[in-house]
Write a protein that binds this ligand. Structure first.
Ligand code: HEC
Length: 265
């Protein structure tokens, strides 16, 4: 009889622990299940991945003409647009791109800040003077800096693509907070950024289709490059290391065979 009661107590305790566990887990699960990550076959996926130069150049155009109105890229120097393994704009193109920016950081002899055209060595200037100005222009929300965003978010380039293509009408039972937009990929499904781009918004000179889907892929690829500019060099090194290890293992094997050839087992 006592044994039976003990069992009942243990069972009740276990049920209680299990139930509290469920209660504390379920809200987090529900929030995660709402977001949707779309997957794209990127040229830079996998150990042999590389960037598509033309795509990076188009993605930069989308950033420059649309996203840079709100999103800074503080850690990225303009000259990197010409570096190997990136969009590889020519030197003249990089200079011309730099000159389209106004840099206000030099100080004249009177101590006043002066404006001058950008040089390749400058970093991309931020659209807002500071965080408060950025929030004030965006209904209180802060457009995050783009320098490493694509690496900082789960899903990387897929995440950027999913956000840009993730705008939909909110479900009927969802109460939207003021100024928020329904987005299938954003945490909680309410994002302060209105859909930033749509079909035809940016002109491509290389005949690529000017659709929302294409823009989203191109800008996501570009942002992945800004966050991971050494990807190609690293993949090349990785390949060489693996090749070396395979050859070395082969050499060791034959050396061992030769050394032990005359030893009786
Ligand atoms: C009018 C200003 C504005 C423009 C233009 C804009 N954004 Fe945003 N963006 C925002 C704001 C504000 C947020 C923060 C939203 C929030 O926290 O709810 C944001 C957030 C994002 C996020 C989610 C960031 C995170 O923290 O996970 C992504 C991705 C993004 N923007 C990509 C883009 C891309 C790509 C473009 C260009 C095609 C672009 N944005 C253009 C204002 C803008």
């Amino acid at each position: 009889m006592r044994n039976f009661q003990m069992k009942r107590v243990t069972l009740a305790a276990l049920t209680a622990i299990f139930a509290t566990g469920l209660v504390s887990i379920s809200p987090a699960r529900a929030a995660e299940a709402e977001t949707e990550m779309k997957h794209v076959d990127w040229t830079f996926d996998g150990p042999f991945g590389h960037f598509d130069r033309a795509q990076l150049q188009r993605g930069f155009k989308v950033y420059q003409e649309v996203c840079s109105a709100c999103h800074s890229m503080n850690l990225v120097a303009i000259r990197t647009l010409g570096q190997e393994g990136g969009p590889e704009f020519t030197e003249a193109e990089v200079k011309a791109i730099a000159a389209t920016y106004t840099i206000s950081k030099d100080i004249d002899e009177n101590g006043d800040v002066i404006d001058r055209p950008g040089k390749p060595s400058d970093h991309f200037p931020a659209p807002f003077a500071n965080e408060n100005a950025a929030r004030a222009s965006n209904g209180g929300a802060l457009p995050p800096d783009f320098s490493v965003l694509a690496k900082a978010r789960h899903g990387n380039a897929d995440y950027i693509y999913s956000i840009v293509t993730g705008y939909e009408e909110p479900p009927a039972d969802m109460t939207m907070r003021t100024g928020m937009h329904y987005n299938t990929a954003f945490h909680g499904n309410q994002i302060a950024m209105a859909q930033p781009i749509d079909d035809g918004a940016v002109t491509y000179d290389d005949g690529t289709e000017e659709t929302l889907d294409q823009y989203a892929q191109d800008v996501a690829a570009f942002l992945y490059w800004t966050a991971e500019p050494k990807l190609e060099a690293r993949n090349r090194t990785g390949f060489k290391v693996i090749l070396f290890l395979i050859l070395f293992a082969g050499l060791l094997y034959f050396t061992k065979k030769k050394l032990w050839r005359d030893v009786e087992h």
